[in-house]
Write a protein that binds this ligand. Structure first.
Ligand SMILES: Cc1cc2nc3c(=O)[nH]c(=O)nc-3n(C[C@H](O)[C@H](O)[C@H](O)COP(=O)(O)O)c2cc1C
Length: 313
């Protein structure tokens, strides 16, 4: 069996992905040049940086630091403002690849305004970010269940384009169940789980200092550190949500084995942030090859033979 014969294509809300791996919102997806680079890469979709109503320059630097097993960042949503992404969409769509627009309003009414506009656009999927931990003074929507329900009620009645939610990590069974029950009340087509783990602190013992400037040094933790949390969130939501709601697994994907683990946990596709930030778009080619190699070595021909099939002991 050759690697090309392994089927890693997937579907999110009836949108076809040619393979299992796409970029996550955040790294290297803010400008048109970066998005075109993604269009020309082996990422199965083009995900945009989370946009806000107005352009933002984000938090003061340094706001991203590479760590031994990941990164810590407090970017503060630097982006071109949603109108720029609306204008770019027809050009991005020329690459015949799904385009996913990430939307991160600073209020429910911001989200309503942007979702309404993108509902009328050429975007294939809309991912609304309920979990940005890095905007000073703005809580993570996904940790406020009342506001989450209110926001979902407002943004899910604005059109038929498939809408998904980027969730923060949950750590308590009660919270998983509460969120799943809220999501089930609305026509949500997918979730992306998880965002970076907010408000973590990395200290440089040599300088006796914080290593990022915003928020007194607190930032979102990303990369391998958070993979077990991402896997647990995907696995738990897969067991609680109806199968019609698709799941993007996010957090700590650096190798084909990481993607394979998310597949076992039940993810329909994975998103890659820190690895793409560090390595550039060649990582999508490598990850795809590695995933196909693992599947082939285990005698699988199709990701669907493995999806959600995690064994327990
Ligand atoms: C530099 C950077 C910027 C990010 N910006 C966003 C963003 O704008 N919107 C969003 O939903 N997530 C954002 N994230 C979170 C990632 O999409 C992802 O959920 C998180 O980094 C975990 O994935 P990873 O372990 O592959 O990095 C950002 C992450 C990084 C590293």
């Amino acid at each position: 069996m050759t690697l090309q014969q392994i089927n890693t294509s997937s579907t999110i809300a009836e949108v076809n992905l040619s393979n299992y791996i796409i970029n996550a919102s955040g790294p290297r997806c803010t400008t048109e040049d970066e998005l075109i680079n993604l269009a020309q890469s082996d990422s199965a979709a083009i995900m945009t940086k989370s946009c806000t109503l107005l352009p933002r320059s984000g938090n003061p630097e340094p706001r991203y630091q590479t760590l031994e097993h990941g990164s810590v960042q407090s970017m503060g949503l630097p982006n071109l403002g949603y109108q720029a992404y609306l204008d770019m969409l027809p050009r991005l769509k020329q690459y015949n690849k799904p385009v996913i627009v990430s939307i991160s309003g600073l209020s429910i009414s911001d989200n309503v305004e942007m979702v309404s506009k993108f509902q009328q656009s050429e975007a294939d999927l809309l991912e609304v970010n309920f979990s940005c931990p890095n905007v000073p003074g703005k809580p993570q929507l996904g940790y406020d269940f009342e506001q989450t329900e209110k926001a979902l009620a407002a943004i899910t009645k604005l059109g038929d384009k498939p809408l998904g939610i980027k969730l923060p990590a949950y750590f308590d069974m009660n919270h998983f169940e509460t969120v799943a029950n809220i999501l089930k009340k609305f026509p949500i087509k997918f979730i992306s789980s998880i965002n970076s783990i907010g408000n973590t602190l990395v200290i440089d013992a040599d300088t006796e200092s914080t290593i990022i400037k915003p928020n007194s040094g607190l930032g979102g933790l990303c990369g391998s550190y958070i993979k077990p949390i991402g896997l647990a969130n995907v696995r738990t939501f897969r067991s609680l949500l109806p199968k019609e709601i698709c799941i993007f697994g996010v957090g700590g994907v650096y190798t084909g084995i990481d993607a394979f683990e998310y597949l076992l946990a039940g993810a329909d596709a994975v998103q890659v942030a820190t690895c793409y930030q560090e390595q550039g778009s060649e990582c999508f080619t490598r990850l795809n090859n590695e995933l196909s190699t693992i599947l082939a070595s285990k005698g699988y021909k199709d990701i669907n033979e493995v999806k959600g099939k995690l064994q327990t002991i």
